[in-house]
Design a protein around this ligand. Sequence first.
Ligand code: 5RP
Length: 237
Amino acid sequence: MMTQDELKQLVAKAAVQEILNLLPPQSLIGMGTGSTVNFLIDELQAHASYFQGVVSSSDKTTQRLQDRGFKVFDANQVQSLPLYIDGADEIDPHGNMIKGGGGALTREKIVASLADHFICICDASKLVSVLGLFPLPVEVIPMASAQIQRFLESIGGKVELRKVKSDLKQNFVTDNQAWILDVTGLVIDQPLELETELNQIPGVICSGIFAMQSADTLLVPIDEKVQTVHFGKDKNN
Ligand code: 5RP
């Protein structure tokens, strides 16, 4: 049986073929963050010169891309992207996702919103019927965190301020100098509605619900063979 890392590498290899089939030479591409994306960057390295460049969603991804010979563009330098590709913490049958386990949710959503097409790559452990078992990350302006926590608790959430894994005394600080509240206990069966509601709260920078920027295509290994799922136009319902 393949390990989770081997499955991530398998889906990354399939993603390289999908990207090369979809994009003409000298295209720009948007790149997410996380261990699955790290495998993808490594697999794509041999084709670095095929691309004009990459718009990155985190400092970690930028570093890895530059180390492997990709030119990295700032999001402000591009008007649109043909493709964004990223992992997920959970994905439902409509292509809605929870993202941000790695803390890059805001930049991921910004780059995804520039793209015409979102390909999600993940292993089958991320497939769920309803979002919410994985703690929902909400990136917040630090001075608003207590007020936002009270709101999240009022809708049934249990909230934890994210800490640095190696030093639990320190708050985790995002690339945007903000904090993350991780919320469990929510059954997110109306992701678009909850994403919209969270977007209205003063001090919320971004939630990890990707319903407005849901996936158009999913590549996922099932029984060690990569399957491709295309989500329809009713994907948010
Ligand atoms: C980072 C993310 C990642 O896409 C998500 O956490 C999945 O990561 P991995 O590929 O390591 O399982 O949203 O903010």
